[in-house]
Design a protein around this ligand. Structure first.
Ligand code: HSE
Length: 435
């Protein structure tokens, strides 16, 4: 069989890794595939790097020239972002090229434009590397779990945030100090906003939610709350109560719609996800027939992410000649079955809550707080007074049972209005991970 020809856009960390995997595992890959995978053209800002990394590929300065080349069957987009990357991907699809991309932002924000165009042009767009790096979670959601109705997904899908939270817990350090350390170690970008404020995890959970429930991409409806405002005191108190705080991407099929959210979350320390530390990623999927499954691995890095990119290239190479009806649908469901569903506003989601309240250490304070929670029908699971901050003020930590978020917010507004309470009340969502 003739080789599959790759046009590589971008030789950054993942692009360099992809070239390395294709070179170092060439024999193993062609043993599996029955044909060779060849990088025929490469586009990068540095010609020198391109010539060094892919000596037998043609160097092309202009991405639009690369995506039009006759000797390119599959365009591997590793530029990232939604500028040139988006234009080049759309143009490549117009030109009938198959696409492999690691670009979560592009798919979460423009997938609703990209996938229909790909279907019209009969090309495949593969994106395993876009979610949780080297973990084959897209494969699992689209194929391995295809017999199931998926109920929920919860994942640690941003390694930078997980590293910071792990360090804060182990060393008791403040967020800002650990962020500096993460930057010095090269785990966090110079501008870490996308990682620490939940955008990156939001893109990934948006993609997984669409695949799980057969909906279009709904990134604009995804609730994003990062870790930059977390106080290490809450990590410590959570631990004393038997919980860990993780930045989770969560999507769940609820009665009235779909929950789609990213935020710091208390989870019981006995759950496997609670023990995923450092830069590692893990995704838990709960589905009706199989029950709970868990996927763990490296969510970033040159070779793990390239492992996913190359697996996608292999998948495309296997199906390139197949009738389009035999391909796996982009969003796991037949395109005509991809249906918009309500994404619940945060007021309508259901969760349990951790509250930390600073209040006057005097008779009646606890009673007033408990009464306001009872008024909103919020049931208390645990309540502890965490010692006295100064001679007159105490810290109270409350864990609630599950409730609708608007009720807890209303109770918090009432608690903050009490004369005996210092504003603001700290609220962190809590998940048992049983459903
Ligand atoms: N920056 C991401 C992370 C990896 O920290 O997990 C790429 O999405």
């Amino acid at each position: 069989m003739k080789p599959v020809n790759i046009g590589l856009l971008g030789l950054g960390t993942v692009g360099g890794g992809t070239a390395a995997v294709l070179r170092d595992n060439a024999e193993e890959i062609s043993r599996r595939l029955g044909r060779e995978v060849r990088i025929s053209a490469v586009c990068d800002l540095s010609e020198e790097k391109a010539r060094q990394t892919c000596p037998s590929a043609a160097f092309v300065k202009d991405p639009f020239e690369l995506v039009a080349r006759e000797d390119v069957d599959v365009v591997v987009e590793l530029f990232g972002g939604t500028g040139i990357a988006k234009e080049a991907v759309l143009k490549a699809i117009e030109n009938g090229k198959h696409i492999v991309t690691a670009n979560k932002k592009l798919l979460a924000e423009y997938g609703n434009e990209i996938f229909p165009l790909a279907e019209e042009k009969n090309v495949m767009v593969q994106f395993e590397a876009a979610v949780a790096g080297g973990i084959p979670i897209i494969k699992a959601l689209r194929e391995g779990l295809a017999a199931n109705r998926i109920k929920s997904i919860a994942g640690i899908i941003n390694g930078t945030s997980n590293f910071i939270l792990s360090e804060m817990r182990e060393k008791g350090s403040a967020f800002a100090d650990v962020l500096k350390e993460a930057q010095a170690l090269g785990y966090a970008e110079a501008d870490p906003t996308f990682d620490i404020e939940g955008n990156d995890a939001g893109h990934k959970i948006t993609i997984m939610s669409a695949l799980a429930f057969g909906t279009p991409m709904n990134f604009s409806a995804c609730y994003l709350e990062g870790i930059s405002k977390l106080d290490s005191r809450d990590i410590k108190y959570a631990e004393e109560l038997g919980y860990r705080i993780k930045l989770l991407g969560i999507t769940r099929k609820a009665e009235k719609g779909i929950e789609l959210r990213v935020h710091p979350t208390l989870i019981p320390e006995s759950r496997l996800l609670a023990n995923v530390n450092g830069v590692m990623n893990a995704v838990r999927v709960n589905a009706d027939m199989v029950g709970e499954t868990l996927y763990y691995g490296a969510g970033a890095g040159a070779l793990p992410t390239a492992s996913a990119v190359v697996a996608d290239i292999i998948d495309i190479a296997r199906l390139i000649e197949a009738d389009t009806g035999h391909r796996v649908p982009h969003l796991a469901f037949q395109p005509a079955q991809v249906q918009a569903q309500t994404i619940l506003p945060m007021d309508e989601i259901t969760s349990s809550y951790y509250l930390r309240v600073q209040a006057k250490d005097e008779p009646g304070t606890l009673g007033q707080i408990a009464a306001l929670l009872a008024q909103e029908n919020v049931s208390i699971e645990a309540l502890i007074q965490k010692g006295v901050i100064n001679q007159t003020t105490a810290e109270i930590v409350i864990l609630t049972h599950s409730t609708v978020e608007k009720r807890i917010k209303s109770a918090i507004a009432g608690i903050e209005a009490l004369v005996c309470v210092d504003k603001p009340v700290t609220m962190i969502r809590m998940e048992s991970l049983h459903d």
